[in-house]
Design a binder for this molecule. Structure first.
Ligand code: 5AD
Ligand code: SF4
Length: 509
């Protein structure tokens, strides 16, 4: 079964609380229909924070319908795969996983499989053609429909529903507006924008996430206030191109005849979110270097809650490659902005993304990437090997694909350069006292605590007692390693204020 309604039609049905193809169904109402109500679920997430955030909403929707989270596949009635297609052979991995899940499904009656996210948005009907045992295939604009689609599949069999565009109502557009089951109590993601209007030649995101749509300013600030009232102290603002936030809002307002002098600016948003009482740390990801303006750097510098961390994706050092990628900046402009950022924001940590082996990248181009990376002196770098994504401009440049062995060699050379600067940056922090927010016991050694500094560096530190996640503390840094810091607790600054859920026997006291 396939939904063919346009977003506008769907928005209309939403407003009536009904849906054209399925009728609105809650899982809880199914028992009388089929006697097969699923009770537990597990969500497996692949990819970026945007997907992590969507998964929180999928979990929140399922829980608000009475389901509980399972600890393992064995214990689950429903497995949700929230997929990513940005790099690597995600397709092969997905169909491999679905092969295993067929065995899981066949082992017990009533088990269900849901596939959502970017890969299903891209593959559409192909998912159920290749894996007909999947019950629900939904796209990136359908998260809000999770429970209805699951209910529909229980009643009438497998369903694929992919909306080509976001539905024009707040709940459908922004995952933040749906109920959530957050993994942590002290920090939260807040979507400020979905989609992307850029045309980076290698990138599949615009095809699977749609055009750029900004969330209304007051909705964002209201959500942050609400989070703060629940004890959240740290928020991360999410968007594909956060510093173009608001561009579409003012265009729409002008079209409607409003006299809008200037669009709401990302800088203004940073200041307003940073001013919310109780919010002690504000982060954001990701800005685009071509749109990075002085006012954003000034807002970062002047808003105490905004952390001293900038994720600033370089992608390549050669201007020729940057131009082939359609990035809209030169390495010189990139480095100038970086100098400005470091001048305005003392103790700024800078992280980046770099792609190796973009089609046509020559040895000279690559050497330029090494030079720019060395000059930029990053705190940490995410390095990626170019991966052709069907439907993107770069995937068609097959005549210029770089030999695999050459790419592997370049990747190692780049890793050596960026690890050297990361390690030096980390060593430079030895002896300093850093503010840390505790995340929990370290995965490697439960007697050691882990937390994050304002610069977003992971610190493993010794503490005479276990500290609750969300505790603000200071630690002295004793050692800088290439990918983390080590330290010892100095002082606890503030215990978390979020409420611990205590089981209540009766609410009628
Ligand atoms: N191949 C390799 N890396 C990619 N990225 C995005 N698309 C591709 C691709 N096709 C990287 C970019 C981006 C990060 C999230 O993923 O560096 O910033
Ligand atoms: Fe992809 Fe470029 Fe948009 Fe980032 S800015 S999501 S790399 S198209």
């Amino acid at each position: 079964m396939k939904a063919s309604s346009t977003p506008r039609e769907l928005a209309f049905w939403h407003s009536l609380g009904q849906f054209p193809s399925t009728g609105r169904k809650r899982l809880g109402s199914l028992e009388s229909v089929s006697g097969k109500t699923p009770e537990s679920y597990i969500v497996r997430t692949f990819g970026c924070q945007m997907n992590e955030h969507d998964s929180e909403r999928i979990s929140g929707l399922l829980e608000s319908d009475g389901m509980r989270r399972a600890e393992s596949d064995d214990d689950a009635d429903v497995v949700v795969l929230n997929t990513c297609c940005i790099r690597e052979n995600a397709d092969n991995k997905l169909y491999g996983t679905l092969g295993h899940l067929k065995t899981w499904k066949d082992a017990k009656d009533g088990r269900r499989i849901v596939v959502g996210g970017c890969l299903s948005q891209k593959d559409k009907d192909i998912v159920q053609t290749r894996a007909p045992w999947v019950d629900v295939v939904m796209g990136t604009h359908n998260v809000h429909r999770t429970t209805e689609l699951l209910a529909q599949s229980i009643e009438s069999g497998p369903i694929t529903e992919i909306l080509e565009e976001a539905v024009l109502d707040d709940h459908a557009l922004f995952p933040s507006a749906l109920p959530a089951r957050r993994e942590t109590t002290f920090n939260a993601w807040v979507t400020i924008q979905i989609g992307c209007d850029n045309t980076c030649a290698y990138c599949i995101v615009p095809a699977v996430r749609g055009k750029e749509i900004s969330r209304p300013f007051t909705d964002i600030v209201d959500e942050v206030r609400q989070l703060a009232s629940q004890g959240v102290t740290e928020v991360t603002l999410l968007g594909q191109n956060v510093n173009s936030y608001g561009r579409d809002l003012s265009l729409a307002a002008r079209r409607d005849g409003e006299n809008v002098a200037a669009r709401p600016q990302f800088a203004e948003l940073l200041r307003n979110v940073g001013a919310v009482e109780g919010i002690r740390r504000v982060r954001y990801t990701s800005p685009h270097p071509k749109d990075m303006r002085l006012d954003v750097l000034q807002a970062m510098a002047e808003t105490p809650a905004v952390c001293e961390h900038l994720h600033y994706p370089l992608q390549a050092g050669s201007d020729r490659v940057l131009s082939l990628m359609h990035r809209g900046y030169t390495s010189e402009r990139y480095l100038e902005r970086l100098v400005e950022a470091r001048r305005l924001i003392p103790d700024l940590a800078v992280t980046t993304d770099i792609i190796v082996g973009f089609p046509g990248e020559t040895e000279d181009d690559f050497v330029r990437t090494l030079e720019v990376a060395a000059e930029a002196d990053f705190d940490s770098t995410f390095t990626f090997i170019f991966s052709p994504r069907e439907g993107t401009e770069a995937a068609k440049m097959t005549d210029h694909f770089v030999d695999t062995a050459v790419v592997a060699d370049r990747f190692e050379r780049l890793r050596a350069v960026v690890e050297r600067s990361a390690w030096l940056k980390h060593q430079a922090r030895e002896g300093r006292i850093e503010e840390i927010v505790v995340e929990g016991p370290s995965r490697r050694d439960p007697s050691v605590m882990s937390g994050r500094t304002r610069q977003n560096k992971l610190v493993h530190f010794t503490s005479p007692r276990a500290l609750r996640p969300g505790t603000f503390a200071t630690a002295e840094i004793t050692r800088g390693a290439p990918h983390f810091l080590e330290g010892r607790l100095v002082e606890v600054l503030a215990e978390p204020t979020h409420k611990i859920r205590i089981p209540v026997a009766s609410v009628n006291v």
